[in-house]
Design a protein around this ligand. Structure first.
Ligand SMILES: [Mg+2]
Length: 264
């Protein structure tokens, strides 16, 4: 018997675990007999539950347009990305960090000659980004509804605390979740803390998200299950080149595919 708490029965599923090997443009299905004991399923939020990255990219485009007298668009984008990476350890992830990085980049590339009105516009772009309407991705509600009685559902997201709390509140899907974890980062140690907090073993934890780097690799390393559901746009910081091959890894094309996978 696992330690999933009073509310949940243990789902001891014995099924064939498939994962996809994409070499030779041909899917080769490999079978792994697994005794799965998952009782907590965690979802990444941005670009897994709702749209996020396109809004950031849209804001970045407006930012480049605003500063096009100084540098070409792609160079401004590179400068902004470099500032964001430099600031990550100081500010963490999220919208306020992005705003500060835009301001810093603007000051640098204009050699501090910027008009105050441009700085005001950048701040407004950030506020517009914060106030964007939440757009829940296709299939998300179906999945949450179906799984909520059977598993403990958790949101595990990076980003600005207040911003992510607000998004969740406005999303209309908050009630499906038993626990919201807003993490400063998504390294192995961060997931370890979460798993400990949930009072479960790593093999009882499954994470679903659009980032291989943040949502999949650290949890696989801990012995948990990692499910990748790609979104059409990924922030450069989250992109990785290598393919994942691991018996606890599952790639799905649409979030609803997780239902048949868990029911096998
Ligand atoms: Mg994400």
């Amino acid at each position: 018997m696992g330690t999933c708490g009073y509310f949940f029965t243990i789902h001891r599923l014995h099924f064939v675990f498939y994962y996809r090997k994409e070499e030779e443009n041909n899917f080769q299905f490999l079978k792994h007999q697994k005794n799965m004991d998952i009782c907590v399923i965690a979802f990444d939020a941005d670009d897994t539950l709702w749209v996020n990255e396109p809004y950031y990219q849209e804001t970045e485009q407006k930012f480049c347009l605003l500063l096009e007298d100084y540098l070409p668009h792609h160079t401004i984008s590179q400068e902004l990305f470099a500032t964001e990476m430099k600031n990550l350890a100081l500010y963490g992830y999220g919208v306020k960090s992005f705003m500060l990085s835009m301001l810093e980049t603007a000051l640098r590339i204009s050699d501090k000659t910027l008009n105050i009105e441009i700085l005001e516009k950048i701040i407004q772009y950030g506020k517009d980004l914060i106030n964007k309407e939440i757009e829940i991705l296709d299939g998300v509600e179906i999945v949450l509804k179906e799984l909520s009685g059977k598993y403990k559902l958790v949101v595990a997201t990076k980003g600005d605390l207040l911003d992510q709390e607000r998004k969740l509140r406005n999303s209309g899907i908050e009630h499906y979740f038993h626990h919201i974890e807003i993490m400063s980062d998504k390294q192995e140690s961060d997931y370890q803390k979460l798993i400990k907090h949930l009072d479960i073993r790593p093999e009882q934890f499954m994470m679903i998200g659009n980032s291989i780097k943040s949502d999949v690799l650290p949890v696989l390393a801990l012995g948990s299950f990692g499910v990748h559901v790609p979104f059409h746009t990924t922030w450069a910081h989250e992109q990785i080149e290598n393919k994942v091959e691991h018996p606890n890894f599952k790639h799905i094309n649409k979030i609803t595919e997780i239902l048949s996978f868990l029911n096998q």
